[in-house]
Design a protein around this ligand. Sequence first.
Ligand code: DGY
Length: 327
Amino acid sequence: MKKLGKIVMTGKPMPEADAWIRERCEVVSWDELGVMPRPLLLEWLADADGLMSVGGQPVKVDAELLAHAPKLRVIAQSSVGYDNVDVAACTASGVPFGNTPGVLTEATADLTYLLVLSAARRLKESVAIVQEGRWTPTSPIPLGVDLFGKTLGMVGLGQIGSAVARRAMASGMNVIYHNRHRRSPQEENGAVYVGFAELLAQADFIVVLVPLNEDSRGLFGAAEFAKMKKTAFFINAARGAIVKTEELYAAVREGVIAGCALDVTDPEPIPADHPLLQLPNVFVTPHIGSATLETRNRMAMLAAENLILGLEKKPLKTCVNADINYR
Ligand code: DGY
């Protein structure tokens, strides 16, 4: 097969997508552990036609990177979030940028709901009792709280937020939400729109699923935690920097809120000796929202298709800046 051009891969995609790309492109790839060093990335991009951004910590795409890549025709990234990408700079350079929305919705909603359940049922403390040999016939067990009849407050009712809301309703929860724009009745599907302050005051579980941008950075801090119920749990499955970590730590430690469950942290990865992790009512998973075999395969294949379409100068399947003037 005639190769479509040279592409840079910043990590290892899932095997099927990797093979599919390699059949069609000449590939240089960063196969080491850790984030690809920036100077090497810029060097490799000098004569590259495409960039496939893979890995838990995606590389920063900005005007400097684009200036080092004069031949670049496409950037594809296997994630729905793209806070690492300066989309305006891509548009100004005439480079289409594709992400992978839709295909990870249900898997990410499952993990988010697992965080809700883990917080409610004090899973970390319960597992520790078993693991540490403290489970005896008479040992006291941690008592959790019911979900049935409680209120879930969704901050962000996009595709993933709606899928979490469905799960909560199946548990008999009331769902309220706050979003930049109020959703249509069909999209609300029974969730009730409220103002941000009202959501903070009413919800028993607050779940954050908004993209990280200049409006959402640091959205949750001491002032917001103070407005929540003392019995409320805070759940973040979006991006760590939406929360001021030190202020979350203080709020949980001092009993301002009942606890938190996080799939994302700031810093990320969070060091094992971070004080937040020492609290019994803080449950943390390592950014695994989309991490199932099927979902990661779908994400990698969608990113691969976007990459190839971009190299062929065709519209990407899922393009963030579709109405650009192509290079
Ligand atoms: C996403 O797709 O944005 C997930 O958070 C994985 O990075």
